[in-house]
Design a protein. Structure first.
Length: 202
């Protein structure tokens, strides 16, 4: 979904007029809405979803033995680790390079397999997830800048509804039975009350 449509989605939920052009990096209310959308999009994508996860990628060190994480994707890498089938490989990102936690080094002598979580631009988000981001951004805007208690409650309800749709779409995209898989449960089985707790601390 293009950013202009997402900003208008937030403004509509706040009872504000539509805009015809963005004010990126400006000082208007819709510029602030855009910043919050970007913030919420990253926050929610960090939870990990099928659409922004690369389950297996071969990462090859350069001539100096470093694996520069930014060269592995054309977008921001939110998280990187060893693949699920190789639990003995524990990697992270340190100083822009892949870092082997177990061996305390960022120098590699051969290629390794990694799993990556990416931050996709709003134009690449599934429509259901874009709606989830819009609802979350509208809630955050209202909480920090408006303070309308009735709208606050309505937006919490919309967050739960859009989150449920996203979870349903997530299940459709995989054959995994999340009831018997702890990792998948931790990704998809986020209880509503825990999310609302997080919102109240936003």
């Amino acid at each position: 979904m293009v950013m202009l449509d997402m900003v208008n989605g937030v403004l509509r939920r706040l009872g504000k007029n539509r805009i015809t052009a963005l004010d990126t990096n400006g000082s208007t209310s819709h510029a602030e809405a855009e910043r919050i959308i970007v913030e919420q999009s990253r926050k929610l994508q960090t939870e990990g979803w099928m659409f922004n996860t690369i389950p297996t990628l071969t990462a090859t060190p350069n001539g100096s033995g470093f694996i520069v994480v930014s060269t592995l994707a054309t977008v921001t890498v939110l998280h990187i680790d060893g693949i699920d089938d190789e639990p003995w490989n524990n990697f992270t990102q340190r100083g822009g390079n892949l870092y082997d936690i177990d061996n305390a080094t960022d120098v590699f002598t051969s290629a390794v397999s990694v799993r990556m979580l990416l931050e996709l631009p709003t134009t690449d988000l599934p429509s259901a997830f874009a709606d989830y981001v819009i609802a979350s951004a509208a809630y955050s805007y209202n909480r920090h800048f408006v303070g309308n208690a009735t709208r606050d409650s309505d937006l919490q309800g919309e967050i739960l509804r859009t989150q449920a749709v996203v979870n349903k779409e997530e299940l459709r995209s995989t054959d995994t039975n999340f009831l018997s898989n702890y990792e998948t449960f931790s990704i998809r089985g986020r209880p509503a009350f825990q999310y609302i707790q997080g919102l109240n601390n936003a």
